[in-house]
Design a protein around this ligand. Structure first.
Ligand SMILES: [Fe+2]
Length: 411
């Protein structure tokens, strides 16, 4: 079994030393030689009992303003290896993927046929450079209790309001799985970035979203967290635009569905997702279940793409108890398809725990001090009937449910 020290030492010998030893660490991306195409690190995700996705995206200049990472306009072969040991003495699988400009030189390797509940190590090679080593896991076999689930979850990685120290701490915890619950980026303008000021504009198009994702991935502490365990991700609003709801944006410009398509494209390119989660224009099915033997089913929900518009005001904000629309029985947070899918997942679940990975406050919450009630119409309080159907399903099917929520930047 790998230790933190041995993984980090292995990484250091493969070029992560600058990332770990630099002070301030933020400067690492600037100092790295342009020839290093692995400045966005490596990641894995979507574990099943026999497979996992390996990810990298090549970038020699992560903050190139066109969002293309300073990569040449050509196909770049990316060799990958999967081993059962961190020193790659026992390589169990290897191959080559083609990194193409139309997908921002991202690479998604979907593996199957692996052993369940097993630890693996992976790395990439391109342009004569070798990436850092990532550690990943397959899920336990169906019904197995052979392995507990050590889960980390996080959300709301707002680069402009704090360093990514928590990502380093997560890596040190050595989890089995990392769930990301939304707001992996913030699309804001006035984005303070220490490498290149011009990169601080609002994300409005594909170049902007690609660039913002690259800023986050190039961070040395972000790289540590992505290399330590498989990730399972969902978005919230800021991955696209503040407070978007279904097809309705907060700001009318640029045209929203084109903007959403660009954000979804960049999201897919920069996350260890499966081909099943490739966007189709402004549509991407992100809700899904990750199974961890008999221990847990992790249902990752999308509370943004299919929700009804905000009750009573049409805009995200606080509404009073006099807002009757929030109680309307036909209102939906998940959309009909996702809601019936989730009902089926809970009904059929055999796991001890059903974890709901989702974006916004589920429980009733009065945000007004003293007299009167004030509810957020962006959380489930604005979709009360939808919430009642979910809690009734948990009750009816006698599930041990745990709700994991991002959004409010609190625990
Ligand atoms: Fe957030």
């Amino acid at each position: 079994m790998i230790t933190r020290r041995s993984l980090f030492a292995g990484g250091a010998s493969l070029g992560l030393a600058a990332a770990l030893g630099a002070s301030p660490v933020r400067a690492a991306a600037r100092r790295a030689p342009l020839s290093d195409p692995f400045q966005l690190g490596v990641a894995s995700g979507e574990p099943t009992p026999d497979g996992v996705v390996l990810w990298t995206r090549l970038a020699m200049d992560p903050v190139a303003l066109d969002g293309l990472g300073g990569m040449p306009d050509r196909v770049v072969p990316v060799h990958w290896q999967l081993a059962s040991d961190e020193n790659f003495r026992h390589v169990v699988r290897q191959g080559v993927e083609q990194a193409r400009r139309e997908s921002a030189h991202s690479v998604h390797v979907e593996l199957d046929g692996l052993r369940p509940g097993a630890e693996y190590f992976y790395r990439f090679r391109a342009e004569g450079e070798i990436s850092e080593v990532g550690r990943t896991l397959t899920a336990p076999a169906p019904g197995a209790r052979s392995r507990p689930l050590n889960l980390s979850f996080t959300s709301c990685a707002d680069y402009q309001t704090g360093w990514f120290t928590p990502y380093r701490r997560m890596a040190e915890d050595h989890p089995d799985l990392i769930a990301f619950l939304g707001d992996y980026i913030y699309e804001y303008g006035d984005y303070k970035y220490p490498v290149r000021d011009q990169a601080g504009g609002e994300c409005l198009d594909l170049a902007g979203y690609r660039l913002r994702h690259a800023q986050h991935k190039a961070d040395p502490e972000s790289r540590l967290a992505h290399a330590i365990a498989p990730w399972v991700v969902v978005w919230d609003d800021h991955d696209i635009e503040n407070a978007w709801a279904g097809d309705v944006p907060e700001q009318p410009d640029p045209p929203f569905l084109a903007r959403r398509a660009a954000a979804f494209q960049a999201y897919y390119e920069n996350m260890p997702l499966r081909r099943a989660q490739r966007p189709d224009g402004p549509a991407l099915r992100l809700y899904r279940t990750i199974r961890w033997g008999a221990v847990a089913n992790l249902h990752m929900l999308d509370t943004r793409q299919y929700r009804d518009l905000y009750a009573c005001t049409g805009r995200s904000g606080t509404i009073g108890a006099d807002c009757a629309e929030r109680l309307a029985p036909n209102r939906t947070m998940l959309g009909g398809e996702q809601e019936s899918w989730l009902d089926g997942q809970l009904k059929d679940s055999q796991a001890t725990w059903d974890l709901l990975g989702q974006q916004v406050f589920l429980m009733e919450m009065d945000w007004t001090n003293g007299e009167g009630k004030g509810y957020s119409n962006e959380g489930w309080d604005g979709y009360v009937a939808s919430r009642n159907r979910l809690t009734a399903a948990i009750d009816d099917y006698r599930r041990n449910a745990v709700v994991l929520t991002g959004d409010v930047h609190s625990h």
